[in-house]
Write a protein that binds this ligand. Structure first.
Ligand SMILES: NC(=O)c1ccc[n+]([C@@H]2O[C@H](COP(=O)([O-])OP(=O)(O)OC[C@H]3O[C@@H](n4cnc5c(N)ncnc54)[C@H](O)[C@@H]3O)[C@@H](O)[C@H]2O)c1
Length: 410
């Protein structure tokens, strides 16, 4: 029986929770991975990984060693000294924060926390979530009033598909509700990360995480707007960007795209914007950037349709995951592109070597006859050259295929 001191429970075994579980096992912790999706639970229990960055063998080995146990109930929290919450924090239909999954995860663990349990939230949320939402819910639902719990926030910075940066070599921000919580969280992350950065409060850590992703959203919007302005005046935006990037300081290169996708960049900045509004202020730069990026697939749709010359309007989208190297289609801008093309009378099919199914549809093969190809995501292994050889016009939103004939870049 492993000691409670060396046991952690991780709530949510997805893109964030599963790599964390594997890193903790490697660092000598016994880990309960708590997952409430029956499909994901069954997959992991059979030694298969639902995320690209964790190999099947790693899960199978961890399960076999007894150091990793997949669980479909929060009861295992009672056996852990540390509980890390890694559940989704999406937007609702009004693009406002939806923290209901975080709230229900906290409510599900609270009756099982013991005195001295450290609860850490890795889920991205607006400043004040841990202090004003997580803590009161634990206080309300814990088994008895004399159970005292430490609480901290440690936002995750994982970049799925990144071959260089991972749990160990990505510095980790940690902020606790008090000195004891902070110290315990710092000690835990020091066991799995090379560098832990202690900040003075959970709010600093929460806001820093939102700043990181807002920085990307705003810069992507800037370059996406510039791409449209340059195309209008027949200036090659890619040459402009390369020219600007020769400046050795004070500039960071961003490139135009079909838009932003995934669980983070289109979502997290809206938490900051909502928080500002909730405090009677406006984060107008975020709202403007969001509008530019949300409008990008519609702009691309118009560019695609300009390439169609005949009556037939068959469009093949290549790469539908939200970024290269992953099979994740959450918030992918390819969805808005597809829907707008269909709304304009196009017949749309897709190919993505990493995606088996997208919104209930299956990919076509390279024999699918099309009038134009649009490369939305530079997924490895895309058959772009084959279509270029056939003389099919190709709109490349990724800037990757500039040397092939019949390719226009945005
Ligand atoms: N994916 C990323 O690249 C990334 C990077 C940094 C931060 N984050 C943040 O991390 C958090 C988690 O994101 P993710 O990408 O890992 O999501 P995910 O959907 O891949 O995984 C979350 C998992 O939690 C499970 N879950 C939900 N509620 C649960 C509960 N009560 N009990 C047990 N399991 C539960 C879901 O079934 C899912 O498998 C979010 O706040 C996200 O913003 C994500």
């Amino acid at each position: 029986m492993p000691s409670r001191e060396k046991t952690i429970a991780i709530i949510g075994q997805g893109y964030v929770g599963l790599p964390l579980a594997m890193a903790a096992v490697e660092a000598g912790w016994t880990v309960f991975g708590v997952e409430n999706s029956p499909t994901k639970y069954a997959l992991i229990a059979s030694g298969k990984s639902p995320v690209e960055d964790v190999k099947d063998q790693l899960i199978a080995g961890a399960l076999k060693s007894g150091k990793y146990k997949i669980s479909d109930t929060s009861i295992s929290v009672a056996e852990a000294s540390i509980v890390v919450i890694c559940v989704p924090t999406p937007l609702d239909d009004n693009r406002a924060p939806d923290i209901s999954l975080l709230e229900s995860a906290v409510i599900s663990i609270a009756p099982h926390v013991q005195s001295g349990t450290l609860v850490i939230s890795e889920s991205t949320s607006y400043p004040g979530t841990v202090r004003d939402v997580v803590k009161p819910l634990i206080e309300k639902h814990k088994k008895s009033a004399d159970i005292s719990v430490d609480i901290a926030v440690a936002p995750e910075r994982v970049n799925p598909g990144d071959a260089i940066y991972h749990q160990k070599n990505t510095p980790r921000l940690v902020g606790g509700l008090d000195a004891a919580s902070t110290k315990r969280a710092v000690d835990f992350y020091s066991s799995i990360c090379d560098q832990v950065v202690q900040v003075s409060s959970p709010e600093v850590a929460e806001t820093a995480k939102l700043l990181e992703n807002t920085f990307r959203l705003v810069n992507i919007a800037l370059v996406n707007q510039l791409a449209q302005l340059c195309a209008d005046q027949d200036i090659n935006v890619h040459e402009v960007i390369e020219a600007a990037a020769t400046k050795p300081y004070g500039y960071m290169k961003f490139t135009p795209s079909v838009g932003v996708g995934g669980h983070c960049i289109p979502v997290d900045p809206m938490y900051l914007s909502w928080w500002a509004e909730n405090n009677g202020k406006s984060a107008s730069i975020i709202d403007t950037s969001d509008a530019i990026n949300v409008g990008m697939p519609l702009y691309i749709s118009s560019r695609v349709r300009q390439l169609i010359t005949g009556a037939s309007k068959r469009v093949l989208i290549m790469g539908v995951a939200y970024k290269p190297g992953v099979k994740d289609v959450r918030e992918t801008p390819a969805t808005a592109l597809r829907d707008d093309l269909i709304a304009h009378g196009c017949e749309v099919a897709w190919i993505d070597p990493l995606v088996d199914e997208w919104d209930g549809s299956k990919p076509v093969d390279t024999q699918w006859l099309c009038d134009v190809v649009v490369v939305a995501t530079a997924q490895p292994g895309l058959p772009v050259a084959e279509f270029s050889k056939r003389g099919v016009p190709i709109l490349d939103c990724t800037g990757t295929f500039k040397d092939l004939p019949h390719v226009t870049r945005i």
